[in-house]
Structure formats: C-alpha cells, structure tokens
Design a protein around this ligand. Structure first.
Ligand code: GLN
Length: 191
C-alpha cells in the first residue's frame, strides 16, 4: 500500500509522521509528475484551502487530481482538505474540487473559538479532536454518512471513496481515523 500526500501547503508533514508510525509507505505530491505516480490513497491536508487551490491551478494539477478522485481513489481530506472536496461553500461564491455532496462554511467555528480541542466519538470510538479555524458542514446529502458529531454538527463524513474531517487527526496521538482510512483502502483493493 502506498499513500500520496498533497504537499503544496499546510500540515502535510504531520500526516506523513502518522503514516510512518503505522508503517504505511507514503510520498509527497508537489507537482504533476508526483501526482501521476501510482498510489492507493490520497491525503489532502489542512492548511489554507485558497492557497492550495491557487497552487493546484498554477501547477496544472487540478483536472488530474479531480479525475483521480472521481474515478474512485480513496481520499482523505482534513480541514482545508475537506473544504477542497466540498461541492459548495456557503460563505464564498465558488467551491474548489466540487466532489463531495456537502456544503461547508469556512472558519465556521468563529473567531473566539477558532482553535480548540474536544473529545468526541469517531465511528463509535471516543477520540481527541483538534479544530483550527475549522469549517463546519452546513448541509449534506443523504448519500453522505456521518461518522462524528460535535455540537450537533457533522465533523467527520464519508461519501463513497471520500473521507473528510473538520478536525486534525494528524495533530493528536490517536490513530482511529487513520485506521478507518486504511481500511477503506484495504477493502477497495482487497488487500
Ligand atoms: N480556514 C482554513 C481554510 O479556509 C482551514 C483551516 C485548517 O485547515 N486548519 O482553508
């Protein structure tokens, strides 16, 4: 199994450390050549979605990335990565990759509480969740499965080959979200 981590901007190193600790081979995707490399999964990290999108366009990676995810590549977006995947963004007029049937509100958790840690269930396991200027999910379609709720809002969701969290599992010790993502990959490729 090999996982590609989009490494244009944001918290990509932390994801790599987590995969290293699980002995899962991974590599950084910094340009179109990297994006073409064989992989069984893809991580879109947290950071700044506008900056990542701008770089994806400038480096001519947008269409290829979109096609790979559309064709079923298991993909995990954290925070800004979730924003990239969303079909709609409630507080700006255009969305980015437009692949997941969710509407997100950028920086939805507001200024005062823009960063915080809480403990909540992810797929029935209680885990720490770190939110940093996190988006919240305003609406989602019936096809989107909720894996975590915080403050009555979905903060971890799954739709087909796509997993997305408002919080940052790469910043906590817990590995439950990674195990879930790795299982998605194993099931898809019968590993
Ligand atoms: N607020 C950022 C954005 O809009 C996301 C924050 C994060 O990834 N921690 O892209």
């Amino acid at each position: 199994m090999k996982i590609g981590i989009l490494a244009l901007q944001g918290a990509f190193i932390e994801h790599k450390h987590k995969l290293d600790s699980l002995d899962i081979p991974s590599f950084y995707i910094r340009n179109k050549n990297d994006l073409e490399k064989r992989k069984d999964g893809l991580i879109l990290p947290g950071g700044e979605s506008t900056a990542m999108y701008k770089l994806l366009v400038e480096l001519d990676m947008l269409d290829m990335l979109k096609t790979q995810i559309k064709e079923g590549l298991p993909t995990f977006g954290t925070c800004a990565g979730m924003i990239l995947l969303a079909k709609e963004i409630s507080n700006q007029d255009h969305a980015f990759l437009k692949l997941m049937d969710i509407t997100v509100t950028r920086n939805g958790y507001g200024r005062q509480s823009s960063s915080f840690i809480t403990h909540n269930e992810f797929n029935h396991i209680k885990i720490p969740m770190t939110f940093i200027r996190a988006p919240f999910i305003k609406t989602l379609s019936d096809d989107v499965q909720i894996l975590s709720l915080y403050d009555e809002k979905a903060v971890a969701v799954r739709q087909k080959n796509m997993l997305a969290t408002s919080f940052h599992p790469e910043l906590n010790h817990d590995l439950a979200v990674y195990h879930y993502f790795i299982d998605m990959i194993k099931i898809k490729y019968n590993m």
